[in-house]
Design a protein around this ligand. Structure first.
Ligand code: TMP
Length: 253
């Protein structure tokens, strides 16, 4: 078989040309990075878990009418997605203070926020993804006012869906990041959820114990990252379970 053309390689994923125009294959690596790749590791099974979890979240969103780039999973590490033009913004929604908002504004981690807060960060590794305002976004032409309204609405719908899903399995959705892309149907442009939704891009806390089940386990050296992600997958019924509980992610096809 001819070698596929690599379209893009990021820190945790690779995009290859898809089988049909307008599609891409998204490959999930085992690499984990934090603090703009200052901290790096390879975590066995992370790519498999994130491929499954992102499939689960994105197909659920598609099913409730929140459009995403997800088409179907291909194998353990790959999924077929719609090619989009990524808007160069990270859209963060916060329900509870943690991470950078706690640091920046001096709000103790774990403080519930009065309402979900949507923030935008300019996707630029050299600059360390700085936070930007709607004024910056419009002035620099990264998105229009209409796009921004649609992005906030998409982000809040994702928040409602994911929060409910997580609550059902005893997990608090503290915050998350999504990326949004443009697709064209003829002359008509739409915004859809792209990239991935996984414990790499969310904060997930066990409601009972407060145990962290997301990438903070890696960022803050709190234990085994694959164990935490496996726990999320197990609770959501995403990974098949054997008599001893969750099957090792590397064994699953
Ligand atoms: P923050 O508190 O560090 O700003 O992170 C907010 C959320 O965004 C958290 O769920 C982790 C996620 N996130 C990413 O997915 N990628 C990133 O590069 C950063 C900084 C955060």
């Amino acid at each position: 078989m001819a070698r596929r053309k690599k379209v893009y390689e990021g820190k945790a994923k690779i995009l290859y040309e898809g089988p049909e125009p307008g599609t891409l294959v998204q490959y999930f690596k085992d690499d984990a990075t934090a603090f703009n790749a200052e901290k790096k590791a390879t975590i066995d099974g992370k790519g498999v878990l994130n491929n499954r979890l992102s499939e689960f979240f994105m197909s659920g969103l598609n099913a409730v009418g929140v459009p995403t780039h997800f088409i179907r999973r291909i194998n353990m590490r790959e999924q077929l997605i719609r090619a989009v033009e990524i808007i160069p913004l990270e859209v963060v929604v916060r329900n509870v203070a943690a991470g950078s908002i706690s640091k920046r504004l001096g709000i103790e981690e774990g403080t519930p926020l009065p309402r979900p807060i949507v923030e935008f960060y300019f996707k630029n590794d050299e600059l360390g993804d700085p936070m930007v305002s709607e004024e910056h976004i419009i002035a620099f032409g990264w998105a229009t006012q209409q796009d921004l309204d649609d992005m906030v609405s998409l982000a809040l719908r994702v928040n409602d869906f994911l929060s409910g899903l997580m609550l059902g399995v005893g997990i608090k959705l503290v915050d998350f990041k999504i990326e949004i892309g443009r697709i064209w149907d003829g002359d008509y442009m739409r915004l859809i959820v792209a990239d991935e939704i996984s414990p790499d891009s969310c904060r997930l806390w066990d409601i009972e114990s407060g145990r962290k089940l997301d990438k903070d386990v890696f960022r803050r050296d709190l234990g085994d990252l694959a164990d935490a992600y496996t726990e999320v997958a197990r609770r959501l019924g995403v990974m098949p379970t054997g008599p001893q509980g969750a099957v090792k992610p590397t064994l699953i096809n």
